[in-house]
Design a protein around this ligand. Structure first.
Ligand SMILES: [Zn+2]
Length: 111
């Protein structure tokens, strides 16, 4: 079957978008990684204790085991989870990041 030929759009302004983008594929990682670190920036959530930065860690980014403060259980390597730290920490942002906690995604959501 012949492909109906669309008008090829020529980009005239000089955005040199030439080369094929390199896809970095994770070799050997199977399973659904939902958002492949599409959103590296943490989002901010508020509750009665203040503001929290919440950052999603995809399974491919979880390279160490952690303990979830929500349930007290471990978060195995290769498990997608959240990293959470306080926005308005008494001792400043640096300290807040040092005090960050790793939560099961579910534990954070239902806490
Ligand atoms: Zn947990």
């Amino acid at each position: 079957m012949a492909r109906s030929r669309r008008n090829p759009r020529r980009t005239q302004s000089g955005h040199g978008k030439a080369g094929p983008s390199k896809w970095q594929r994770f070799s050997g990682s199977s399973g659904g990684d939902i958002s492949r670190a599409l959103d590296p920036a943490p989002r901010i959530e508020r509750d009665e204790l203040g503001e929290w930065y919440v950052r999603y860690v995809p399974a491919s980014g979880a390279r160490k085991p952690y303990t979830c403060p929500g349930c007290g259980r471990g978060i195995p390597v290769g498990t997608a989870h959240y990293v959470v730290w306080k926005n308005d920490h008494l001792f400043g942002d640096q300290r807040a990041i040092e005090d960050r906690r790793h939560w099961h995604a579910r534990c954070w959501e239902i806490r």
